[in-house]
Design a protein around this ligand. Structure first.
Ligand code: PLP
Length: 369
């Protein structure tokens, strides 16, 4: 099998989403070296655009050369030392992954859980922060396993008051809904390129506050990971331009173009486009008997979770396979405890379009009609 033999799919699952044609062209550009002054100019622009998108002035904002999970690890390995108290809000699979990563860093992890499909309770988080006095509090902004968009400000404020650093997962929110990490008081945030930025998987934008940079610089123990050590990475992306690893030049070309597309559209228009497409999806799927899992107040526009009508429940995996095979449309099943109970439909970045919603609805009408 060659890549040219693969089908063209409409990727409406939890990610990756389809890559914008302009990003594809950028990915195919001839290489320059990773120490070339023109590449550094491009990289500077990427960092500026990422700052704007994260809503931050943090100088240490960069694309980590690996997927979103590496961004998650970068935050924990730099900010957590063995024996640290770490509080994690667990409202789904990715909050749980954070807890596992923190435990591997040697943290004493406390989990505050939310029922699947609901947001974390800020009062429960604030109580735990007061009780445990953690050094780090971590939570997920857009929980891709449940479709919940978590309000951040109260939890981040309580963390800051207690002197804890805040880590935030923005993998399925960045570029699809507004992210404002400085306003919220978040110290370390990470995302991924394959969701609302319409780029392929492979990079993880991250941003570290000054407090986070200081924490990483004044650790008692060295950062467990050489590759993800921000003390070293800062010397490559910052002014000194010291070689660290060979930056994935083509992937950064793609990201530069993906970020340009976001800037041309403007986040206000883009957010509205995501919300509009999600609303149309929910309306159309409602007519077919699928119901939203999440209350409207905390529903994530870029990833909609739907409970299944009775006639779909037993054959849900088969129906998804038919969508893929006969219509070239990918949608996601439930993850973890929600497997077999929900569908996850992503309308992310370039894909958040009425035409894509209509394509899915018409395929489903034909299959279920
Ligand atoms: C919320 C969230 N966090 C982290 C990840 C992990 O990212 P990746 O699969 O790019 O490593 C994902 C992936 O879907 C995600 O949705």
């Amino acid at each position: 099998m060659r890549p040219a033999d693969l089908p063209r799919r409409l990727l409406l699952g939890p990610g990756p989403s389809n890559v914008h044609p302009r990003v594809r062209e950028a990915l195919a550009r001839p290489l320059v070296g990773h120490m070339d002054p023109t590449f550094f100019e491009l990289l500077d622009g990427v960092q500026d655009s990422l700052r704007a998108l994260f809503g931050t002035g943090h100088p240490l904002t960069l694309p980590i050369s690996a997927t979103g999970s590496a961004g998650m690890e970068a935050c924990f390995v730099n900010l957590v030392e063995p024996g640290d108290e770490v509080l994690i809000g667990v409202a789904g699979v990715f909050g749980d992954r954070m807890a596992q990563v923190a435990a591997r860093c040697g943290a004493r992890v406390t989990r505050i859980e939310a029922e699947l499909g609901t947001a974390l309770d800020p009062d429960a988080m604030a109580d735990a922060i007061g009780r445990i006095r953690p050094r780090v509090v971590a939570l997920v902004h857009a929980e891709t396993s449940t479709g919940v968009l978590q309000p951040i400000d109260r939890i981040a404020a309580a963390s800051r008051e207690a002197g804890a650093l805040v880590i935030l997962d923005c993998v399925t929110s960045l570029g699809g809904v507004t992210v404002a990490i400085d306003e919220w008081g978040v110290d370390a945030a990470y995302s991924a390129t394959q969701k609302c930025l319409s780029c392929p998987p492979g990079l993880s934008p991250v941003s570290f506050s000054q407090r986070a940079v200081e924490r990483a610089a004044t650790r008692v123990t060295p950062v467990q990971s050489w590759y993800l050590d921000v003390n070293l990475l800062a010397n490559y992306v910052g002014e000194s331009r010291v070689y660290h690893h060979t930056a994935p030049v083509s992937a950064i070309f793609g990201l530069a173009e993906g970020l340009r597309l976001v800037e041309e559209e403007g986040m206000a228009t883009r957010t509205e486009r995501h919300r509009h497409a999600a609303n149309l999806l929910i309306e159309g799927m409602g007519d077919l008997g699928f119901e939203p899992l999440v209350d409207a107040a905390v529903r994530l526009p870029s990833l909609t979770t739907l409970t299944l009508p009775e006639k779909v429940e037993r054959g849900e995996a088969d129906l998804r396979r038919r969508l893929l095979e006969f219509y070239n449309i990918e949608v996601g099943g439930g993850l973890g405890p929600l497997a077999g109970r929900i569908w996850r439909i992503g309308l992310m970045g370039e894909n958040a379009r009425v035409t894509n919603v209509e394509a899915l609805l018409s395929a489903l009408r034909r299959e279920l009609g």
